[in-house]
Design a protein around this ligand. Structure first.
Ligand SMILES: *Cc1c(COP(=O)(O)O)cnc(C)c1O
Length: 362
């Protein structure tokens, strides 16, 4: 390897080194076939084994109830913004969307095209100026589901407890936290995630769903977004994103070697605690999310003066600490510390933050 770098990009994000090396070894010659996995028929026995193993490993990692379907689909997270209402609602049906930030709002805006959407303000500001989740949610009686986003990637707001959906099926966009902590899948009607944060290459989406929620497909649904087609064809209605699926499978295997989701959750806690504790101990850096809603995956932080941002980023890059620039909607910095980020990466970041603060105070 060349110099040590730590990639804090929010997505596409860092993947485990072991996975990348393994994929590299097999790149031109998969299973001694003399071809790449990318060049294999998705219906051939070699690829089918890869695909089935990936699903089985994901089911094992998340303890997915056997009647739930698992789909590997095209179109990333946003593809599911459309697929969810198209598959779970008939025309004119109502669905409620909890708004907690950029991505939950994006999901509601897309669903608006297909459904009667009600937006529920999910966040309030407490007297200290910290954001927290609204206590009592006004869910409509006619709503067919409640959609929410457990981890708002841009704002760094994470909901560790399930919102009270008042008996409605809970639909969750887990794009930036799937597999980062333990979950009881049976409490969700449907879970989806774009792959490029914690799972693998961009473009792939994972869907985990209770098929009892699927309504008879509308006749105008694009077939590649149709869960019934996915079900019927084992996610191979058309050619699936085979390489992304293969790589996701390698990440699942890696996660099993790390001890599974419970083990990676402890690791993720340790990393996030280390960073937040440092930010809180400093009066130079600041994070404005209420402590109990701070994301373990995406840590936004601000410097005392925005004019310092370019210099901070330049110095970080020189030290191999990449992609720390915050989303333009929030400004400042954002450190994304998904499963693949080692504790050493977080320590290197904090070391640099300390140094930068000292230099500014001189
Ligand atoms: C990144 C992200 C998305 C968008 O995923 P795409 O694959 O780019 O469509 C959606 N929701 C959340 C929570 C995300 O973090």
């Amino acid at each position: 390897m060349s110099k040590q770098v730590y990639n804090f990009c929010a997505g596409p994000a860092m993947l485990p080194q072991d996975v990348m090396r393994e994929a590299q070894r097999e790149f031109c010659d998969f299973n001694q076939l003399g071809v790449s996995v990318m060049e294999l028929s998705h219906r051939g026995s070699h690829y089918m084994k890869v695909a089935e193993q990936a699903e089985q490993d994901l089911r094992e990692l998340m303890n997915i109830p056997s009647h739930y379907r698992v789909f590997f689909m095209h179109g990333g997270g946003r593809g599911q913004f459309s697929a969810v209402p198209l598959n779970l609602l008939t025309r004119g049906d109502a669905a409620d969307y909890l708004l907690t930030g950029h991505w939950s709002k994006g999901a509601a805006d897309e669903a608006d095209k297909y459904a009667d959407v009600s937006r529920i303000q999910g966040l309030e500001t407490d007297s200290d100026g910290h954001t927290r989740v609204t206590e009592k949610l006004r869910i409509r009686a006619e709503a067919r589901y409640l959609h929410y986003c457990p981890n708002e990637t841009i704002e760094g707001v994470e909901l560790f407890e399930l919102p009270d959906s008042q008996g409605k099926p809970l639909i969750a966009d887990m794009s930036s936290m799937l597999l980062s902590r333990s979950l009881d899948v049976s409490r969700f009607g449907l879970i989806y995630a774009g792959a490029q944060k914690n799972i693998g290459p961009a473009g792939l989406a994972i869907v985990i769903a209770d098929p009892a929620l699927f309504v008879d497909a509308r006749d105008d649904i694009p077939a590649i977004l149709d869960y019934r087609q996915m079900e019927k064809h084992g996610s191979m209605y058309n050619t699936p994103p085979t390489f992304a699926w293969y790589l996701a499978g390698k990440v699942f295997q890696w996660l099993k070697r790390q001890g599974g989701v419970a083990a990676i959750e402890e690791h993720n806690k340790a990393k996030a605690d280390y960073l937040y504790q440092y930010i809180d101990s400093s009066d130079f850096y600041r994070n404005t999310v209420a402590v109990s809603y701070r994301s373990r995956m995406n840590v936004p932080f601000q410097l005392p003066d925005r004019a310092l941002d370019p210099e901070f980023l330049r110095g970080a890059e020189q030290r191999g600490l990449l992609a720390l620039k915050g989303h333009r909607a929030v400004g400042g910095m954002r450190a994304s510390i998904y499963n693949a980020m080692p504790l050493e990466g977080v320590k290197a970041l904090v070391g640099y933050m300390e140094l930068f603060e000292k230099l500014q105070r001189r």
